[in-house]
Design a protein around this ligand. Structure first.
Ligand code: T3D
Length: 261
């Protein structure tokens, strides 16, 4: 893709998805969500990609739904369809992507922009970034999976506080609360994101996809159901070449070289 509202850049085994409307803090239009969905579809079947970084151009990560997008906002009767047809598929795609997805939160993540970040597998943020469940500030409710992710990540009390008050928290607090993986000084951010992505590309990618699945379904499973899921997924992991390599490397006391399948 070229200069569109979503940039997809491949760099070896790392793919970068860049939300690219910096003047509007990368707020989301329906066209942008369609582009994002198309890019995720491309990546889903791309075996050469072993880590995906989702980030924002300019000073923001994503300010949620573009409130000036007439197509999405003017007909209030169409909101259900906007959520079902444009937001929900993207959230599902991120969760189901076989590769790990890093949200590299370079600035404010508000409303559906916050949900988008939380849908990713690992969130790393600049210390100056802010997370805001801003929906309530305009009379809406958390969508994009926000009402699912938040209580599971930070517990009911903090999920309620964030959702009812709509106040932003900074990345350090978000990390302390378990909303994100890591807050790093702004000056180190690019280097830390790169290092995290490269660490992930060296890992057994097929197992990462299976781990994502196991953890994502665990939220609505009993222990018995989850034990059954683990048995099934472990059987699949054990069939991979990377499992053979991991075990051989351990026995031979050397570093494993995983190929991702
Ligand atoms: O119908 C449906 O689809 C329902 C789905 C809803 C999902 C949602 O995401 S609802 C929540 C939508 N998001 C918000 O309510 C956040 C709105 N933005 C803000 O509150 C602030 O912009 C921020 C706190 C995020 C950042 O503030 P600040 O001071 O750093 O920046 P700013 O000056 O407000 O914004 C910079 C520009 O981006 C500005 O444009 P301008 O005046 O320079 O031309 C601003 O209007 C624009 N912008 C920021 N957020 C949005 C936006 N434009 C359109 N939509 C936005 N969400």
């Amino acid at each position: 893709m070229t200069e569109t509202s979503i940039l997809l850049q491949r760099d070896g085994a790392v793919a970068r998805l860049i939300l690219n409307r910096p003047d509007k803090l990368n707020s989301l239009t329906l066209g942008m969500l369609a582009e994002l969905s198309a890019a995720l579809t491309d990546l889903d079947s791309d075996d050469a990609v072993r880590a995906v970084v989702l980030t924002g151009a300019g000073r923001g990560f994503c300010a949620g739904q573009d409130l000036t997008d007439h197509e999405a906002m003017d007909d209030t009767r169409a909101v259900r369809a906007v959520v079902e047809r444009h937001y929900n598929p993207v959230i599902r795609q991120i969760r189901a992507l076989p590769q790990p997805v890093i949200a590299a939160v370079n600035g404010v993540a508000a409303g559906a922009g916050c949900s988008l970040a939380l849908a990713c597998d690992i969130v790393i943020a600049t210390e100056s970034a802010k997370f805001s469940n801003a929906f309530i500030n305009i009379g809406l409710i958390p969508d994009g999976g926000g009402s699912y992710f938040l209580p599971r990540m930070v517990g009911q009390a903090r999920a309620m506080g964030l959702s009812l008050l709509g106040e932003a928290i900074d990345a350090k607090r978000a990390a302390e609360w378990g909303l994100i993986w890591q807050a790093v000084p702004d000056a180190d951010f690019a280097r830390e994101v790169e290092a995290l992505a490269r660490r992930l590309t060296d890992k057994p990618t097929a197992a990462i996809g299976l781990i994502k699945h196991a953890i994502n379904v665990s939220g609505h499973h009993s222990l018995e159901q989850q034990l059954a899921v683990e048995a099934e997924l472990q059987a699949q992991a054990a069939e991979t070449e990377d499992y053979q390599e991991g075990r051989a490397a351990f026995l031979e006391k050397r570093k494993p070289r995983f190929i991702g399948r």
